[in-house]
Write a protein that binds this ligand. Sequence first.
Ligand SMILES: [Zn+2]
Length: 81
Amino acid sequence: MRNCGATRPYADVMPRYEFRCRACGETFELSRPMAEANAPAECPNGHDDTVKLLSTIGVSGLAQAPSSAGGGCCGGGCCGG
Ligand SMILES: [Zn+2]
């Protein structure tokens, strides 16, 4: 039991990395610790000849976050005059 973990905010956060298999062309994503970002990844089809793609880590979540301004209704005409 190792429960003596430091309360690191990123302890449970594993960024997603996108890989592409050069053997079959499959692209896939893996969630792994940053420490293993450059570790070899295996294609879902079993190939290990993969390359890590550059991805915008963490940006997609922010981009899709709903903004406080401008709801989906107001401005659409349904709550206006
Ligand atoms: Zn493959």
